[in-house]
Design a protein around this ligand. Structure first.
Ligand SMILES: [Zn+2]
Length: 427
């Protein structure tokens, strides 16, 4: 009896030591099975949130596109979330950028309404026993504890606000808790990182009013997609922490959509969070010289630049194609292709943590909007990210922060700022 009790006490002490000193766990001594078992325990304990998932238009949450069905071929479905231990997602009310005129705003507004309806249909009518809409961090925690999936709403692209500031409060009432200020074209709010030529040279005057209104209401401002100048304008005017709901690190993958190290440092200072995107084009790493060698080869065969070359290959004669393939093999040998998988995904987490510290990094996949890499290609594979984080020596506390703790902290701060601003308004 005594020994039994002693063993239990010893195990508790050991476990406590593991928890407290988790960073010191030497994973190199653990077997693969032990790593996975340890990761599973952390994964179950963590509140796991994904801040960016796309949904199709008004047909989402209908029998034709049923998020509760095993047969629905999307990366984010209730069964996949349940299987992968993914507690909650922000579904994006996405509206592509169109003309900045009355008709454009009207169409964008209607398109947004269709998506709001779809999300409300999912949580309110289709699967109220399996998921629930959350509009505060407290609700997120409460719903997750019941075992239901947590559904939250972000608007991707402030375009449907049009020029009517009162729409911001209306969207808030419909459940919106973040707004991505633009998509890949310039919005009425700010310049996007997409086009080469600026429109407003950063944020527009109206855009600054939109952000003030978002600060007042408690809607997080999302910088994914916006131009760098817009970013710096926003950092200057916002009274609350900001988020990047689905972005990568520019230092690793040089696309305008990703954040530079300077931007990351400013994000940390602002108290915000970058949620790392799982879209291969924003994560890919290239062996130096590889892209240039392929472009030179394409030019040699009179093929168009970039991705169009692949299709143009079909036009080559059999003999020319064999010659092309042989030369491509040489390139592959000299400049090997680096597969963009869950390891490369976690490289971006690593880099962001290195620049900002552990408190400003999270996860925002862009599933069903282009996101997904081998190993983390839908929500049923969410555990693989945790396993990779464990393998790299992240502690339980770190992983809990990355999987949702940081995002909830930012959200709570945004709520607090809103409450203070509203109190100030009343005085
Ligand atoms: Zn996006």
């Amino acid at each position: 009896m005594f020994f039994k009790r002693f063993t239990v006490v010893l195990m508790v002490v050991l476990l406590a030591a593991l928890t407290v000193n988790a960073r010191q766990i030497d994973v190199s001594r653990m077997t693969e099975d032990q790593i996975v078992a340890y990761a599973k325990r952390i994964h179950e304990k963590a509140l796991t949130l994904d801040t960016h998932v796309d949904i199709p238009g008004g047909s989402y949450a209908t029998p034709a596109r049923d998020p509760g069905s095993e047969d629905y071929r999307a990366k984010c479905t209730l069964p996949k979330m349940e299987k992968g231990g993914l507690d909650g997602v922000f579904l994006a009310v996405f509206v592509g950028q169109g003309a900045l005129d009355e008709e454009g705003y009207r169409n964008a507004y209607e398109s947004a309404m269709g998506k709001f309806d779809a999300v409300h249909r999912l949580t309110g009518f289709m699967y109220p026993e399996r998921c629930e809409l959350a509009v505060t961090p407290d609700e997120v925690e409460r719903i997750a504890k019941t075992g239901k999936r947590v559904i939250m709403i972000g608007i991707e692209n402030g375009y449907p606000i049009g020029m009517d500031l009162s729409n911001v409060e209306w969207f808030y009432k419909l459940g919106t808790r973040y707004i991505t200020l633009s998509h890949s074209g310039h919005s009425q709010i700010c310049d996007s990182s997409g086009p080469r030529e600026p429109l407003h040279n950063g944020m527009s005057e109206f855009g600054k009013q939109v952000v003030a209104e978002m600060n007042r209401l408690g809607i997080m401002a999302d910088v994914s997609h916006i131009a760098e100048k817009s970013y710096w304008d926003l950092i200057e005017i916002t009274k609350a922490p900001i988020i990047a709901s689905h972005s990568g690190c520019r230092a690793l993958t040089d696309v305008g959509r990703n954040l530079t190290d300077d931007q990351l440092r400013a994000l940390a200072k602002n108290g915000g969070v970058i949620q790392i995107v799982a879209l291969a084009d924003y994560l890919r790493k290239v062996t130096p010289g590889r892209d240039e060698a392929i472009e030179a080869l394409n030019a040699e065969f009179n093929l168009p630049a970039g991705r169009a070359a692949r299709r143009a290959l079909q036009e080559l004669t059999e003999e020319k194609l064999a010659e092309y393939n042989a030369k491509m093999e040489e390139i592959n040998e000299k400049y090997p292709e680096i597969p963009t998988d869950v390891k490369v995904y976690v490289d971006h987490i690593d880099h962001a943590v290195e620049v900002t510290g552990i408190n400003h990094v999270g996860i925002g996949t862009d599933f069903d909007g282009g996101g997904g890499v081998p190993g983390f290609n839908d929500h049923s594979e969410a555990l693989n990210v945790t396993v990779e984080l464990v393998r790299r020596g992240y502690s339980e506390e770190d992983i809990i922060k990355i999987w949702g703790g940081n995002l909830l902290r930012v959200w709570r701060e945004v709520e607090k700022v809103a409450a203070e601003l509203q109190k100030g308004d009343k005085n």
